[in-house]
Design a binder for this molecule. Structure first.
Ligand code: PEP
Ligand code: MN
Length: 344
């Protein structure tokens, strides 16, 4: 249920609505709008009677919200959510590029690649320190040491850090250093982790689960939003289908679908979606063309020796020409420069 307040409602009118919602043992969410205020209600298992609210002073209307996701949907918020990360804005008309190695392997490797992607036009540095690997025998990441290396790379280059938080145990360590905390595909439905991230005051990148529907994905975002964290960036990284010519199937139709249904920004990861270097740039260009708010691309300067995902890593040179193309595409679409510096 969404309660729409009259433009001339008083503070007491709004308080009366909030009290009413709390008396029903439900949770009110005040949503400021351009001309007035709305109050979203979550926590109800069945439909609410709109008359319970329309009779209250200062209330213009009470609209039932039929979708299972609420706070992440456009019914609850019409304008776009803009997530601010290290001075950059993700969402709206801007387009950001996150780039870096799959995994932090050493200080030299990370700083070298960070400088290269910065020179090529990346706005943020990615790199996994806690790695979710299919095999327990594969490189699991450098852990806290890797996080500290990322912090050094940030100091050297000024690039904000995007890195994965694997579990609740290491959440505090990651949150201390990361500018944007990545929830990987495998953790999209780790609800306990999502609840803890929801209580954090830091932006979260929520990757789409290996075979998650759009509804399931938005319900995971709902876990963060309902705990109070609305700084969410969705990331499409391909889903599993019957197709076996690529690592995953990049579902670009989800980009306009998300933009219709949700106010949250969505970026695209063409690296994990394709798994093959030669297909990364075409899909990244397509992501820019179909309206995504950014891309996240794996880059390595010695992919043969990469400890993880070498086959899908672009060289810094290839990443640089991709950035030239992406800038042309976003400019042609009237989206201005690739990234917008957030107003401080
Ligand atoms: C990653 O981006 O490092 C990663 C592991 O991706 P995903 O969770 O999408 O597989
Ligand atoms: Mn990877």
């Amino acid at each position: 249920m969404l309660i729409l307040m009259n433009p001339d409602h008083s503070k007491d009118d709004l308080e009366g609505v909030l009290e009413k919602v709390r008396a029903l043992k439900l949770k009110p969410h005040v949503i400021p709008g351009a001309t007035s205020v709305a109050v979203g209600i979550t926590g109800n298992s069945g439909a609410l009677d709109p008359r319970e609210f329309t009779m209250l002073p200062g209330v213009r209307d009470a609209v039932p919200v039929t979708k299972s996701y609420k706070l992440s949907g456009r019914d609850f918020k019409h304008g776009d959510t803009i997530v601010k990360v290290g001075g950059y804005e993700i969402g709206g008309n801007g387009f950001i590029a996150i780039a870096g190695p799959c995994a932090v392997e050493s200080e030299e490797q990370t700083i070298r690649i960070a400088k290269a992607v910065k020179a090529a036009g990346a706005h943020m540095l990615r790199g996994g320190a806690f790695k979710p690997r299919t095999s327990p025998y594969a490189f699991q990441g450098l852990g806290l040491e890797g996080i500290k290396i990322l912090a050094k790379a940030k100091k050297e280059t000024g690039l904000p850090i995007v890195t994965e938080v694997l579990d609740q145990r290491t959440l505090d360590q990651v949150a201390e250093y990361a500018d944007l905390l990545q929830v990987g595909a495998r953790n999209m439905q780790n609800f306990a982790l999502l609840k803890d991230l929801g209580r954090l005051k830091k932006p979260v990148m929520l990757k789409r689960g290996l075979s998650a529907t759009l509804d399931e994905w938005l319900m995971s975002a709902e876990y963060l939003l309902s705990e109070g964290n609305g700084q969410i960036v969705l990331c499409e990284r391909g889903v599993r289908t019957f197709s076996d010519h690529a690592r995953n199937t990049l579902d670009l139709t989800v980009v306009p679908a998300v933009k219709e249904l949700s106010h949250l920004p969505i970026i695209v990861d063409p690296s994990h979606a394709t798994g093959v270097r030669s297909r990364v740039a075409p899909m990244a260009r397509a992501a820019a063309a179909c309206g995504a708010h950014g891309i996240m691309v794996e880059v390595h300067d010695d992919p043969k020796r990469a400890l993880c995902d070498g086959a899908q890593a672009l060289s810094p040179e290839d990443f640089s020409s991709l950035m030239t193309d992406v800038n042309k595409i976003t400019t042609a679409l009237g989206r201005g420069p690739a990234a917008t510096r957030a107003k401080k």
